[in-house]
Ligand binder design. Structure first.
Ligand SMILES: [Zn+2]
Ligand SMILES: [Zn+2]
Length: 125
């Protein structure tokens, strides 16, 4: 009995060359739509593992990455909580965010946002 041809992740009928379907769960063979050749499902063993693990693993990795980026973004919006006196209301807590707006050797600018009145100001380093 001829064995099926594998090209990449695809399996082709050894009798007529038709692309065979993936075996359904619980089925031990795949029937060719053209010539009704029956290909044992274990011909797919190597293929099924790769095609199944990839689509599952890949999007979840993407999802995780997106989650991390969103988290960093939210943290970046707020800044770091520091003890700094607000010039507007005198409150002693503010979020600080350091930004390199100018060239590296000129230092950076720190932006403060009062946690009480949301007043914003900045200090050049
Ligand atoms: Zn066939
Ligand atoms: Zn304030």
């Amino acid at each position: 009995m001829a064995s099926a041809h594998k090209i990449g992740s695809l399996l082709f009928c050894p009798e007529c060359g038709t692309l065979l379907d993936q075996p359904k769960d619980g089925e031990d063979k795949v029937t060719c739509e053209q010539c009704h050749h029956e290909e044992p499902a274990n011909s797919y063993d190597n293929i099924v593992i790769t095609t199944r693990s990839h689509p599952d693993a890949f999007p979840s990795a993407l999802r995780q990455k997106r989650k991390t980026q969103t988290k960093l973004h939210e943290k970046g919006d707020q800044g770091t909580l520091v003890s700094e006196k607000c010039p507007a209301c005198g409150h002693m807590e503010a979020f600080s965010k350091e930004m390199q707006l100018r060239s590296a050797d000129e230092g950076s600018t720190i932006f403060y946002t009062c946690t009480s009145c949301k007043h914003g100001w900045r200090v050049n380093n």
